[in-house]
Design a protein around this ligand. Structure first.
Ligand code: ADP
Ligand code: MG
Length: 638
């Protein structure tokens, strides 16, 4: 047989059934993003280089012709082909048939079997459990040729397929052999489909490589290997070094900041940088940053996580929502997994169990680092908290398993410093008075308006501290976090609170007991007048300086919460408030006396209610009536 005849001799083989089905899935656009084929090919080439690099430790002669590993990518517009060449480990005849003609991974066949019957989401989950890898190239190629020489062998083979019925393997001719880099490794040539012709543009190739493979450790060059080899000034497209893989001691603060800027295009500098390697049951490295400034869309519901996911230095995606908890959506940076399969679509990777584990490990780490930051850099932490506290607090109801760690870093304004300084829950608990079982709080729109609320007076006078909750989210997490270390959160604007057991600084003032009946009659009368407008009226221990205040009934919705719910239009009903009166207040005493003499107190009753509403920031029902009553009262007084 002549050499010429030998070239033409082909063995045609059908694809194994799994591959045929897989190719069918690929053809029906498993990946929404076609660019990924290049990432897959580069990832395979980088793997091949890594493996030969390892083998060469034992057999240095394997790379004695050229110890430098590289990947070259180039287009040929006359043949409309894109070729990717590596000088890695290569494949033998049988390996070409096995690796590119079957799906070697165990269990895949069974999975494909299940897939036949699965639908929708289930199908996606199943696909997520195996890879598409090499076959992704059939999204952009009508035919693929793979020329390869296994390291250590002198046989070169060519695998070829249109990705439909099957593949053939034959010996390549001189021109085909010349595609290899110094006769070593693998050259993959794609006949680019018309609809993917953008991959015949150098710019598109460069951009895609940069986007997906900037930090893989093998250099990638644009151009045929023979040309790249001759050009001493040839520069790699990718930076070929992964910052996060370097030991911390080799990385300067400036490196970290530059990388942050490169990643985020932000102008600020991070308040916190968290670089660590997890080496437990899951192995990954993460380099994460907390920015100084809040992004404009932090509270936009469509905002996505933007932490980048890498798998063994290969970029996978920067918008996988399942990678980070939504309440950590302000965190930027990268996570590089050693365990995840590389060659599965982004869409399906998010269902992977490893992602779930990474998400939790990262959350624990970030919360731990924030706790450290709060102790080491109070000002830095305060800046963080002002920007991102409200987002973080969403985790209190979103992730019960992280609740304790989140509560630990939570900061609140409180009556302790008159709303000037942050306090932790721990500090609050330490300051609790003997006999105090509850953590008292009041919620409102801002510290200014709530720190002077009448409802606080009685607590303040008894030295009881009240936390000020001013973020909308506070009203929501309070529904699921009922206590802190066994101390229940208690709204001071809802239900009854018994403060009598705590000594008040106003207590020494002698309390005349005799007008008790008068007051009780007054309350009954008020109740008649305001019937339908309020839940009930009662004497208050919350008040010292104000005559009246409103609170929500025990079984009702907290008043600020109700306001918030109404704004968000999630709530229609309206809880009738309890009107509490200060029986020691001069005005109340005088009105009670007048009432007992038979005076009409209708207007006074309404004015008291409206006054309580005003101080609360709630609208009053009838402005015209209020003004009329007010004027009449003033007339009488003048
Ligand atoms: P995976 O990379 O997950 O194994 P792929 O479909 O991407 O799946 O590749 C299948 C196999 O083909 C690889 O495992 C590898 O053995 C082989 N292979 C692919 N590309 C190359 C290459 N450039 N050099 C050597 N072997 C390769
Ligand atoms: Mg692969």
């Amino acid at each position: 047989m002549s050499a010429q005849e030998k070239h033409i001799e082909q063995e045609q083989q059908p694809f194994n059934a799994d591959v045929a089905r897989l190719l069918d899935i690929v053809a029906h656009a498993l990946y929404t993003d076609h660019d990924v084929f290049l990432r897959e090919l580069i990832s395979n080439s980088a793997d091949a280089c890594d493996r030969l690099r390892y083998d060469a430790i034992a057999n240095p002669e394997l790379i004695s012709d050229n110890p430098d590993f590289r990947i070259c990518v180039y287009k040929d517009t006359t043949t409309r082909t894109l070729t990717l060449v590596d000088n890695g480990i290569g494949m033998s005849h049988d390996e070409l048939a096995d690796n590119l003609g079957t799906i070697a991974k165990s269990g895949t066949a069974a999975l494909m079997e299940q897939m036949k019957d699965a639908k929708g989401d289930d199908k996606l989950k199943l696909i997520g459990q195996f890879g598409v890898g090499f076959y992704a190239s059939y999204m952009v190629a009508s035919k693929i040729q793979v020329v390869s020489r296994k390291a250590g062998s002198d046989k070169i083979w060519l695998w070829e397929s249109d990705g439909k019925s099957g593949f053939s393997i034959r010996e390549p001719n001189e021109i085909e052999i010349a595609r290899l880099d110094g006769g070593r490794g693998t050259a993959i040539t794609l006949d680019i489909k018309d609809e993917a012709c953008e991959f015949l543009l150098d710019q598109k190739i460069t951009d895609t490589v940069k986007e997906y493979s900037d930090h893989i450790s093998v250099s990638i060059f644009l151009g045929a290997p023979s040309i790249v080899a001759k050009d001493k000034d040839a520069k790699a497209i990718n930076s070929a070094s992964a910052l996060w893989m370097k030991p911390k001691s080799d990385i300067t603060d400036e490196d970290y900041i530059n990388f942050y800027k490169h990643l985020t295009s932000n102008i600020d500098e991070p308040v916190m940088t968290s670089h660590w390697k997890s080496e437990g049951t899951i192995e990954f490295t993460s380099l994460l940053y907390v920015p100084m400034m809040r992004p404009w869309d932090l509270f936009d519901p469509s905002r996505k996580n933007s932490v980048k996911l890498y798998v063994r230095r290969i970029f996978i995606t920067d918008n996988m929502d399942t990678l980070m908890y939504p309440w950590l959506r302000f965190v930027r940076g990268i996570i590089d997994s050693e365990d995840l399969p590389l060659n599965i679509s982004r869409e399906t990777l998010q269902y992977n169990l490893t992602i779930e584990k990474i998400k939790n490990a990262v959350a624990r780490r970030i919360l731990g680092d924030l706790d450290k930051l709060s102790r080491n850099d109070e000002a830095g932490f305060a800046a963080f908290w002002n920007q991102f506290g409200p987002a973080l607090k969403e985790g209190l109801y979103d992730a019960p398993n992280h609740q304790a760690a989140i509560l630990k870093v939570c900061r609140f304004y409180s009556s302790h410093d008159d709303g000037e300084k942050f306090t932790t829950l721990e500090e609050y608990v330490e300051r609790m008075k003997d006999g105090q079982e509850d953590i008292y709080y009041i919620s409102g729109d801002n510290v200014q308006s709530i720190k002077n609320s009448p409802q606080i007076e009685g607590l303040k006078s008894r030295g009881l501290e009240v936390l000020f909750f001013t973020d909308t989210v506070d009203d929501f997490w309070l529904q699921s976090v009922l206590d802190y270390k066994g101390k229940p959160f208690k709204s001071i604007t809802k239900g009854d609170i018994d403060l009598e057991k705590f000594e008040s600084d106003k207590q020494d003032e002698e309390k005349p007991e005799e007008n008790n009946d008068e007051i009780n009659d007054f309350i009954t009368k008020m109740q008649d007048i305001l019937d339908g407008k309020i839940h009930n009226i009662r004497k208050s221990s919350r008040l010292t300086n104000s005559p009246v205040c409103l609170v929500a009934p025990e079984e009702g919705v907290d008043m600020h919460m109700e306001k918030v719910l109404k704004i968000n239009q999630k709530y229609q009903g309206s809880t009738k408030p309890v009107l509490e009166i200060n029986a020691d207040h001069e005005l109340i005493k005088k009105l009670a006396a007048a009432c007992s003499k038979g005076d009409n107190i209708d207007d006074a009753a309404y004015l008291l209610l409206d006054q309580a509403k005003i101080i609360q920031g709630s609208p009053i029902d009838d402005m015209a009536e209020f003004t009329r009553r007010m004027s009449e009262f003033m007339q009488k007084a003048v």
